[in-house]
Design a protein. Structure first.
Length: 304
């Protein structure tokens, strides 16, 4: 595992952040704890709670209770509800405070490293909420305040200077707007967390091969037939599924990890085996020439 600086305290977090939610809880309390133990054994010291669910908080609190609290980083998503059916997004000051207090009480963690707001729209985050969260940060019940999402409103939130962390989708097809947002965040001394490193648009050989091709028109015009296109796949992301010794997901994850602006990339797992497989990726270097292929495909997508 590799580590990068995170926050102003001089601490460091693993290049992978293990995201924990109801998918992990579905196999039972002990299995969920086992996921965290496997992550720790693999060198992961950064964990994200996808909701403020008290059961999830209990699992994380018990699993991390045997570790020096200052050596692990815990991120809590806010505004997602608590994961129960019918639970609504709540960005009110009372809702944020209640969610944080409940997680701290149940988990016994002492503090939350990053309180991460889940893409509130332009008018969803009131000034009273922001003032409350800043007060919680000043008392160190939360250490850092972050914003997560990909909509254009993220640019406005980054520009306010009110946040310490930006969580953003980041993958091989991320466009210039995401790149620019990350650059602006870093200029404001914000730490950046990446997620969505393996987009659904590339998760099969067929999707990766046709991602850049023009769509067939109403009368089958607009895309050459197979016989007329002997170089089909060249200049596309088809290579993601054709690289010996690598899966497409591993290539996409490794690409995200290479960017020095990204402090950590969020990954999900429901089995110990998957955690172990993902934890090996940071230790591997992409094969020679693969980064150039990614850039060529990106240029092709931008021009399509």
């Amino acid at each position: 595992m590799r580590y990068r600086p995170f926050g102003h305290s001089g601490s460091a977090i693993s290049s992978l952040t293990l995201s924990l939610g109801h998918a992990g809880l579905a196999r039972g309390f002990e299995a969920a704890q086992s996921l965290i133990y496997s992550g720790l054994e693999a060198g992961i010291n950064s964990f994200r709670l996808e909701t403020a669910d008290p059961v999830l908080a209990d699992v994380v609190g018990q699993a991390l209770g045997h570790v020096d609290r200052n050596l692990v980083s815990v991120t809590l998503m806010l505004g997602t509800g608590d994961g129960r059916r019918g639970s609504q997004r709540d960005f009110s000051a009372e809702g944020m405070t209640h969610a944080i207090d409940r997680v701290l009480h149940v988990s016994g963690l002492g503090y939350i490293d990053v309180a991460l707001l889940d893409e509130p729209d332009e008018h969803e985050l009131a000034q009273s909420t922001l003032h409350t969260l800043k007060a919680l940060r000043s008392t160190e019940r939360i250490r850092m305040l972050g914003i997560a999402g990909e909509g254009e409103v993220m640019d406005a939130y980054v520009s306010t200077g009110a946040f310490d962390v930006l969580a953003t989708p980041f993958h091989v097809t991320s466009d210039w707007r995401i790149q620019s947002r990350i650059r602006h965040a870093r200029e404001r001394d914000m730490d950046v967390l990446g997620y969505g490193y393996f987009p659904e648009s590339l998760d099969t050989p067929k999707k990766a091969e046709t991602a850049l091709e023009p769509r067939r028109g109403l009368f089958s015009f607009g895309r050459p037939k197979e016989a007329e296109n002997p170089l089909k796949g060249a200049g596309t992301f088809a290579f993601l599924h054709r690289t010996h010794g690598w899966t497409a997901e591993q290539i996409c994850l490794s690409h995200a990890l290479v960017d020095p602006a990204i402090a950590s990339v969020m990954v999900s797992a429901t089995t110990d085996e998957r955690i172990n497989e993902l934890s090996l990726v940071p230790e591997r270097d992409l094969p020679p020439g693969l980064s150039a292929q990614i850039e060529m495909a990106r240029v092709g997508m931008a021009a399509a």
